[in-house]
Design a protein around this ligand. Structure first.
Ligand code: NAD
Length: 214
């Protein structure tokens, strides 16, 4: 698979190149540099929202599928992503770990049974993460189906911890996901890239990639 990375010099970019295999990397884009050696079948963007404009241009020019992991995208960004998705397959997600995909499914199915309970979400990430709350926390809140307090900690080198706690007068139920390393997101992105290549144009959620394994 010939692929390109947007955000290639970043923490995720370096991890992605290692997991996808450096030999098939035909394009790298970052703040510091842009190199396009060949036509990428898929572009994988884990960078900043400001990079999206260039990502969309490159996908259009080479008709590349897109795997989009950048967080803190606005509604306007998503309108632009949906426009691209009319011509190529786009897999977008704020968390490319399979465990979070499964946690989302569990919440969607069972949170209604706890609708009378208190619910709070907490997330912990490394000190370099710029957005808070995390995109994943926002997604989990949607799955809970109601507004709830969300707590963000920025500490050390934590790749990403998320907990959803439900409580009533007599019991507490906590569902926790911990990413042990960034590699997990890169492995999920690789799964998403394989899914996207050869897929009909459209906007796909990473959860659809996870569901393929069920
Ligand atoms: P980082 O700061 O280490 O790297 C950012 C990269 O983006 C760098 O290569 C930088 O040069 C590049 N960049 C910044 N602005 C740019 C611009 N205007 N044009 C082109 N390139 C630009 O960040 P990181 O920790 O690697 O995280 C990158 C993104 O991935 C963040 O949005 C983070 O939240 C997200 N992320 C998503 C998941 C997921 O599963 N969806 C997992 C981890 C991180």
């Amino acid at each position: 698979m010939k692929y390109g990375i947007v955000g290639s010099s970043g923490r995720m970019g370096r991890e992605l190149i290692e997991v996808f295999g450096p030999e098939n990397c035909v394009a790298t884009i970052s703040l510091e540099d842009e190199t396009i050696l060949d036509s990428p079948e898929v572009i994988v963007d884990f960078s900043r929202p400001e990079a999206l404009k260039r990502t969309l241009e490159v996908c259009r020019e080479y008709r590349s599928a897109l795997v989009l992991g950048t967080t803190a995208l606005t509604e306007d960004h998503m309108v632009q992503v949906k426009e691209l998705a009319q011509s190529v397959a786009v897999v977008q997600g704020y968390n490319f770990s399979v465990g979070i995909g499964v946690l989302r499914m569990i919440l969607r199915q069972y949170a209604p049974a706890l609708s009378e309970w208190d619910v709070e979400i907490s997330e912990t990430h490394h000190i370099h993460k710029v957005d808070a709350p995390s995109g994943t926390a926002i997604t989990l809140k949607k799955e809970v189906g109601r507004d709830c307090p969300t707590h963000s900690l920025r500490m050390g080198g934590v790749p990403g911890d998320h907990s959803v706690s439900f409580a009533n007068e007599g019991e507490v139920l906590t569902l926790t996901h911990r990413a042990i390393s960034r590699k997990v997101f890169a492995m999920g992105a690789l799964q998403a890239a394989r899914f996207a290549i050869g897929q009909q144009p459209g906007l796909y959620d990473f959860e659809e990639v996870v569901s393929c394994a069920l």
